[in-house]
Design a protein around this ligand. Structure first.
Ligand SMILES: O=c1ccn([C@H]2C[C@H](O)[C@@H](CO)O2)c(=O)[nH]1
Ligand SMILES: [Zn+2]
Length: 296
């Protein structure tokens, strides 16, 4: 079991400890519980979906990187596939607060980047901030997304975000997690291909400035993040944050990054180049290059 889970694991109810130990102990565990595993955990512990998600929250929060606040937020997103996707907040010393990833953004993009097509529910250990409510309003599940918080009845995003502003106010019909293909040619080495593929399925309906970032670790593992724009612009998640989120959830640290590639169009209206370089440099990664997008 990854050392970051030890303290949280010790707080879990005994039947859950017993049932989840083999899953957490697998070398491949990367902060998700498959639908089959969830069914076994529910059966062994007598939980329903909601109870299981609440019971898993301490493990999700244990993935937080909160060097500034020491405030660990955990989220569990349940996908249409039945998979439970962990999320945790990430803070980056030496950069700006704008680089922060919230736990809800972490769980949502974890699911999206790993191929989930829609979300049914999200369970969080604290009430979602306004920025997260707005971020989730970009999803293709819309205001129907179930939100579960400790000590409160289950409610919907619509309940937590009345009079919402969203993609439809800007006449956008392609929503976050919808399947998209921007027709970008995939070429280059494995890391460049991963960055281009991420850009090809990025969500940038407001700027068309599609982008993706791929990170390679010293053991050769690749993590790719897609740019995820928001109708209100500021809650947008940069592609580097998506990749760093996957890297963290899989149990790697920023110090494990050996090389980074950004894929974007040089003539686009927006650029991730300087922000990506600045954050990577603060994380100690200097092998950073960019590859231009070409239509296939
Ligand atoms: O909805 C919220 C509110 C805050 N945080 C994180 C962001 C930051 O890392 C820390 C303090 O705000 O908590 C979340 O993850 N989700
Ligand atoms: Zn938030």
């Amino acid at each position: 079991m990854h050392p970051r889970f030890l303290a949280a694991f010790a707080t879990l109810p005994e039947p859950l400890q017993h049932a989840i130990r083999p899953i957490l102990s697998s070398a491949e565990f990367s902060a998700r519980i498959s639908a089959d595993e969830a069914a076994i955990l529910k059966k062994q512990c007598g939980y329903n979906d909601s109870e299981l998600a609440f019971a898993l929250l301490p493990l999700a929060a244990a993935c937080a990187q909160a060097a500034l606040s020491d405030f660990k937020v955990g989220a569990i997103a349940r996908g249409a596939s039945g998979t439970l996707w962990f999320g945790a907040n990430m803070e980056f010393s030496g950069t700006t607060m704008q680089q922060t990833v919230h736990a809800e953004q972490s769980a949502v993009t974890h699911a999206w980047l790993r191929g989930e097509r829609a979300l049914e529910a999200i369970t969080v250990n604290y009430t979602p901030c306004g920025h997260c409510r707005q971020f989730m309003n970009e999803l293709n599940s819309g205001t129907a997304l179930t939100i579960e918080l400790p000590g409160r009845a289950a409610a919907t995003l619509g309940d937590y975000l009345p009079d919402s502003f969203g993609p439809r106010d800007l006449n956008i019909t392609t929503l976050l997690m919808d399947n998209v293909d921007h027709g970008i040619a995939i070429r280059g080495d494995a890391l460049e291909q991963a960055a281009l593929a991420a850009a090809n399925s990025s969500h940038a309906p407001y700027s068309q400035a599609w982008s993706g970032v791929a990170l390679e670790t010293t053991d050769g593992t690749i993590f790719a993040g897609r740019y995820a724009e928001n109708a209100a612009f500021n809650p947008t998640l940069p592609p580097l944050q998506g990749a760093l989120n996957l890297l963290n959830l899989a149990g790697y640290a920023a110090a494990d990054i050996s090389r980074a590639v950004l894929a974007e169009a040089p003539e686009a209206k927006l650029s991730q180049q300087s922000a990506t370089a600045a954050t990577l440099s603060a994380l100690g990664c200097t092998d950073f290059s960019a590859i231009p997008l070409i239509n296939s």
